[in-house]
Design a protein around this ligand. Sequence first.
Ligand code: BG6
Length: 462
Amino acid sequence: MTIHYKFPKDFWWGSATSATQIEGATDEGGKGKNIWDHWYEKEPNRFFDNVGPESTSDFYHRYKEDIQLMKEIGHNTFRMSISWSRLIPGGRGEVNQEAVTFYNNVIDELIANDIEPFVNLFHFDMPLELQEEGGWESREVVSAYTAYAKEAFHLFGDRVQKWFTFNEPIVPVEGGYLYDFHYPNVVDARRAAQVAYHTMIAHAKAVEAFRTCNIAGGQIGIILNLTPSYPRSNNPADLKASRITDLFFNRSFLDPSVLGEYPAELIDILREHGQLPVTEKGDKALLKAGVADILGVNYYQPRRVKAKEHLPNPYGPFMPDWFFDNYEMPGRKMNKYRGWEIYEKGIYDIMINLKENYGNIESFISENGMGVQDEGRFEQDGEIQDDYRIEFIREHLKWLHKAIEEGCNAKGYHLWSTMDNWSWMNAYKNRYGFFSVDIETKQRTPKKSAHWIKEVSENNGF
Ligand code: BG6
């Protein structure tokens, strides 16, 4: 077979998950509560079909089987997250030994199957008690996170080399403090800015702690959802809207994570509108020293914007959306099930931006994927014929390949996700996995894309 797109040697083929979305067993193994357990108890109706996080895909009990499935389809790497409320119920204090055993077992099983674990410390799942203390608005919570990170490095750093402080840290800011899709459902940009800032401080403190641990071959990074902002046109008003959107939604985390400082223009905008967060002396140096060794890039969709059509409501709360309107480009290609545009070249544009403006930091695609509702309708002879997912992955990989050929420092590609999983408010609505999961029986079945990716990983290309 001719391989048209050959990837560099030792390219990372794998997939990504997060604790709350796959583990289940929320009442088992001594786990404490996190905000998702709590929010679901309070308002189950806000979750698709009233499905909550209690059992999800049951990885807690089925990790061995799942790791075998990963091995069968050629994974050499796999991203998981540690549930803070499982490892340290309540968020600070005593470590839960049952959780240590569980994560040790998972890590050991992965390594025994030649799959390198990539471990993320925080994927949207704040322990409830710490949220009640103010969550990321509180500097005390930042200290609790630093202690948790140190504990994790100490417990698992003898086997885990790739560490990530946060997955998509902007999402809890948007969901929890601006747009009402995460607990605590606040709408307040000033508080959102504080949450965003403290998350970056927590990142920098964890990096500082990591570097004192001297983990052989260890690297620490962060995973960001980078969503390129494309202006409707070259009209200066559209260009300005796009630049400001990029400041709010990409550079707010990308610049401090990779360059160690915030963009001056973002600070100016927040200052002008009275939205600046409280900072402490020494923070600047901390951020400068806390730059990531490696960057995970989650890419699903572009953001298209235009200048605002109307003046914002002067009585409404301040919002990033005061500076742009979303633009529906005629003819755009859609994943109509998830309502997200598919624009494969976005992956290339992100990589070129990292090369040109961010020192070509070592990176990888840490999430990319296609969520589809009612996937059962594509089943034939017991297998979901997800040709649309194969095409989605293939077309993104072509652009990633081109970026690598042009010198971008991208080391791998992880699909979201290994198996179908519980996706926050959408619960099991959209399915993302290489393996389908029957939410009643928890049975896993490979989709057509699972066979396809096996071949791709084995050939290191296609
Ligand atoms: C990313 C997250 O935003 O996208 C995942 O890291 C999430 O946690 C995934 O599940 C897919 O998005 P959604 O909203 O369809 O679950």
